[in-house]
Design a protein around this ligand. Structure first.
Ligand SMILES: NC(=O)c1ccc[n+]([C@@H]2O[C@H](COP(=O)([O-])OP(=O)(O)OC[C@H]3O[C@@H](n4cnc5c(N)ncnc54)[C@H](OP(=O)(O)O)[C@@H]3O)[C@@H](O)[C@H]2O)c1
Length: 237
């Protein structure tokens, strides 16, 4: 199939997450050369094997700069020049402030903010960077101070990197509630029903809703420094 993504190199960090896996599948379907990463080689290889088509895998832990530098070396050994970098990494620290542990807070910032900066530092993507924010930055909730703050930081990071890395384009994607697997086992039926009843879109999101928007964003040459809200309008109500 000939598409704008045919032959393009995509690196999807945390590509074994629900949204990341869908993105990898859809990018491969459009002819892209895709590498997905996880923190465990076995786990990420299992996800790659579940994708129809060819997906390369690599290992990286964003809480460790050496691991990020090793990923850059490994990709260079494979002669992969990262054109589009997408990071979905997320290590949420959800708790009331009085119960928050410093290590959990740092892990959350490593996954979304510090890790994103270090990925850009070591990988030098040549066309676009897409970072994952999230609705709670715009709709604060008790117990979500760290998640809201990391997601908010991602939005500001995207706009400042868009200026610094130009003409490489940098955007953030802010999902609302998405049926990605992340909510399985945490009372998702009630959460999904309540969210769908309130959202202007009157439903929750699918991983495909997000992957379609990411692929549109990375191929749009005039889109940079912005946040794409994929939340069914949830932040408005
Ligand atoms: N699903 C939603 O409703 C929703 C809503 C708002 C925002 N988002 C955002 O959308 C993105 C994807 O969400 P999702 O639901 O598909 O996935 P997710 O369940 O949040 O998974 C994120 C992945 O991040 C990886 N990770 C955690 N710490 C890491 C680290 N130090 N280094 C590298 N990777 C690390 C983990 O992968 P491994 O264990 O394989 O390494 C984990 O599977 C996330 O950024 C999330 O915050 C999602």
């Amino acid at each position: 199939m000939t598409t704008e993504l045919a032959g393009k190199q995509l690196l999807i960090v945390a590509g074994s997450s629900g949204i990341g896996r869908q993105l990898a599948q859809d990018a491969v379907d459009q002819g892209a050369q895709v590498t997905i990463t996880g923190r465990s080689a076995d786990a990420v290889q299992a996800v790659a094997a579940s994708i129809e088509g060819t997906v390369a895998t690599a290992v990286v832990d964003l809480s460790n700069e050496e691991s990020i530098a090793e990923l850059a070396d490994e990709l260079s050994r494979r002669e992969v020049v990262v054109e589009h970098l997408i990071s979905l990494a997320n290590a949420p620290a959800k708790a009331p402030v009085e119960k928050l542990e410093r290590e959990a807070i740092v892990r959350a910032f490593d996954a979304k903010v510090i890790g994103a900066l270090l990925l850009v530092k070591h990988l030098r993507p040549t066309v676009s960077v897409t970072l994952f924010s999230g609705i709670v930055a715009w709709r604060p909730k008790a117990g979500m101070a760290v998640t809201a703050t990391t997601n908010g930081a991602v939005a500001f990071l995207a706009q400042t990197l868009a200026v610094e890395l130009a003409p490489v384009r940098v955007n953030a994607v802010s999902p609302g509630i998405i049926d990605s697997g992340a909510w399985d086992g945490v009372g998702k039926d009630k959460l999904f029903a309540d969210t769908a009843a309130r959202n202007p879109a009157r439903r929750i999101g699918t991983t495909r809703d997000v992957s379609t928007a990411v692929l549109a964003a990375i191929t749009n040459p005039f889109l940079t420094g912005t946040v794409l809200h994929l939340d069914g309008g949830a932040r408005l109500v």
